[in-house]
Design a binder for this molecule. Sequence first.
Ligand SMILES: Nc1ncnc2c1ncn2[C@@H]1O[C@H](COP(=O)(O)OP(=O)(O)OP(=O)(O)O)[C@@H](O)[C@H]1O
Ligand code: SF4
Ligand SMILES: [Mg+2]
Length: 691
Amino acid sequence: MAVQAAALAEADPADPAATDDTAAEPAGGPARLRSRLLRSPLTLIGLAVVLIFVVLAVVAPWISPYDPSTVSDDTLVGPNTAHWLGTTQNGQDVLSQMLYGARASMLVGLGAAVLATFLSVVVGVTAGYVGGLGDEVLSLLANVFLVLPSVPLTIILAAYLPHSGSLGIILVITLTGWAWGARVLRAQTLSLRKRDFVEAARATGDKTWRIILKDILPNQLAVIAASFLGTVNFAILTQATLAFLGLADVTQWSWGTILYWAQTGSALLTGAWWWFVPAGLAIALLGTALSLVNFGIDEFINPRLRQAGIGTKKAQRGQVAAKRARRIRNHAPAERRTEVTPFTPDSTDVVLDVRDLRVEYVGDGGERTPAVSDVSFTLRRGEVLGIAGESGSGKSTLAYAITRLHKPPAEITQGQIVYTKPDGDTVDVLAMGDAELRGFRWEELSIVFQSAMHALNPIMRIGEQIEDVIVAHRPRMTRQERAARVVELLGIVGIPADRSGSYPHELSGGMRQRAMIAIGLALDPEIIVMDEPTTALDVVIQRQIIEKIMELKDRLGFSVVFITHDLSLLIELSDTIAVMYGGRIVETAAADDFYRRPQHPYSRGLLASFPTLGGPKRELTGIVGSPPDLRRLPSGCAFQPRCPLAFDACGSHVPPLLRITGPDGATSHAACLLHADGARNQDRLVTGEMR
Ligand SMILES: Nc1ncnc2c1ncn2[C@@H]1O[C@H](COP(=O)(O)OP(=O)(O)OP(=O)(O)O)[C@@H](O)[C@H]1O
Ligand code: SF4
Ligand SMILES: [Mg+2]
């Protein structure tokens, strides 16, 4: 049971095959959802059996034909009309003992399962979520209980608590039974806390307890349910075994004590099968029924296992958000002369200013890998800054660093990130405390993660996930206001409002990505960082999403940092391009200038590697070699081993980012010694002369 449940919790939360933006309309309604639990005949049978046992246990005192302990002269008679299940050696009614016995057996099962599950959830989830020392201490505790031999321990503890009745047995079973569930839940939590949708919830500023309650626990319900039902079974069996061995209070009727008295009365030898068979059958039947219910719970909890879609009432379409007026100042005209000077970021209408940023990954042995080195750029209001570069060039590390979502082993070791508020006040992002950071993220800067398939919680409806961000940041908003905002946001990104009740797997890939964008827009941020938001989508859907982003940007006026491998796409949508190589920005330029006159040999190579969406056909030549290993960067220019224009100085000098003003006055920046080395080398760049 646990294995099956674990597989569920590990299941990919979304279906990568779905890239069509026209997924079928969901069918059904809430009533249908409720009835779905009852759809499987096996689950129905299991539920019915459990229910019958529960009802019989509850009403036992009223429906029992006799007092279970009353002796009579009808000794050891088989089933008859006066005693439907026969009598014992002392003439006691077996049916009455069975009914009373159900109370004790089920009470022990339920009590032990509640306590053991509670303990395992608290210890397992806490250990997995907090990590570090807390995890070590709690894991040690669970491990100690796991290695204790549970059967002998149970027998010894029960032997010392013979008169404590059901409570004693419950405590003994809880003590010996919680650790396994805690181990499983810890492992599940460790895996879940690294999942993108939990990272996304953390990024949106959700508090830890809300993340645990809304993202971690619901995704483990199948495991918890399996653990709970398994413990009920285990406890009933253990109680029966202890009673059978005479280690429980044998004067209290339970199915175990019936078996104990049947054994001491030699029921097997005398052929009095009616004395022990009903108790054995009841234990087996209840165990089987609980297993059947467990399968049904799996299907009920995991929306992906429900075959049909789940519908909601048609929600009202909201009005599109009011236009936010922002004036985007034009850049100051550049001087019309060729000029090469050290890089100084422009400062007009800057919303984000990143200076000399350095991010390192610290290895287990303390070795440091510089994934982002000396990165400086400015982002202006309403601007789209496109960041390009091969895999491993540090794009995502940079994105996570500027949102301060980087986690160990990543460390920001140098630099400054200054955010300018709409009212002109500036704040140092790297100096922000936790509370300030929670307000900054999503209110001022949001992030659309690389893959919507993983960044959405698989068991929460889309509308709830959008609302979650609003709840975390706008606690005073009423439920109605939040619902209206969700409808409004869905409308903004072009998702029909009635899809608010759909689960992520019921949406196409394009819709999921739009839902992520809606979450990013929920609080009207000034900046949206998009890390490869369309990589997993086909080109048609990719285009739709890009057009939507551009339309929204023009309408709402936010700035975008857009990261992708797709250079031709980037040139189309960006105002400015920044190219990264080996953790450094090696060129920044206006998108047009970059396309027409790339100033860095690597940029030229990149451009020669991609077909453009328009314009004349040209041969794709690409770049020879592979990106550098950041742990062992070549000396001098990192691109030198692959650069067709490298010359002697390239192996010994790290080129600084230099400002270049072209003959038409356009300015760009490139980190290439060809620009620092006078006219001769610049000519080589122009002619593309090989070394
Ligand atoms: N947790 C980590 N520990 C050590 N090194 C890491 C870690 N995460 C990333 N790196 C390294 O940092 C470098 C930059 O990685 P990053 O993910 O930022 O690249 P990227 O440009 O986003 O690549 P991609 O285009 O494939 O997404 C890579 O060399 C990578 O191996
Ligand atoms: S500095 Fe040298 S190796 Fe680096 S890109 Fe320029 S020419 Fe090539
Ligand atoms: Mg990346």
